[in-house]
Ligand binder design. Structure first.
Ligand SMILES: CC(C)(COP(=O)(O)OP(=O)(O)OC[C@H]1O[C@@H](n2cnc3c(N)ncnc32)[C@H](O)[C@@H]1OP(=O)(O)O)[C@@H](O)C(=O)NCCC(=O)NCCS
Length: 134
């Protein structure tokens, strides 16, 4: 689990100094696994921004960092993650970056309702297309 808390940022302003450290942590805590079919994929466990600082582009900075990491690696077939079905911000966020829902899992969450989770994925071709921007 990698909790990310960024305490201040505004449109057009420099990102706060702790952001590079957070991005460094993302790289250190990465989880890459291999499917039975041999596909190498990276899992996003948690990517979050404190509520008062959402819609300021901070999530975009973090996700682009992950996309660039995958692009540089050159050997990651896809990225995937779970999103609770009522998490509209996250659903819109990942759709905005070209992630697609490939499955909805019942009873995925044990202690929260609703328990269903969408599985989002983005393949290597579209990772390359979106990782090229800063
Ligand atoms: C999902 C999350 C990380 C997005 O972070 P953010 O900093 O608000 O995202 P950004 O400002 O970079 O948004 C980029 C784009 O995503 C889309 N988006 C993000 N939040 C949205 C919302 N609430 N409604 C509609 N679209 C949204 C928009 O297209 C947005 O671009 P725009 O602001 O120019 O319209 C943030 O909402 C969050 O921390 N949620 C709680 C944790 C969580 O649920 N994480 C996901 C599971 S891993």
């Amino acid at each position: 689990m990698l909790p990310i808390l960024i305490k201040g940022c505004s449109h057009g302003a420099e990102l706060p100094p702790q952001v590079p450290n957070i991005l460094e942590k993302i790289a250190r805590n990465k989880r890459i696994d291999t499917t039975p079919e041999g596909a190498r994929r990276m899992y996003i466990m948690t990517l979050g921004c404190l509520a008062p600082y959402r819609r300021l582009g901070i999530g975009t900075v973090m996700l682009k960092h992950v996309l660039k990491y995958c692009e540089k690696d050159g050997n990651i077939d896809n990225l995937y993650l779970h999103v609770q079905i009522n998490n509209e911000s996250a659903i819109e966020f990942y759709k905005h970056f070209g992630f697609e829902i490939i499955e909805t899992k019942q009873h995925y969450y044990k202690r929260i309702e609703p328990a269903e989770a969408h599985v989002f994925t983005k393949n290597s071709q579209t990772i390359r297309m979106s990782g090229d921007t800063s």
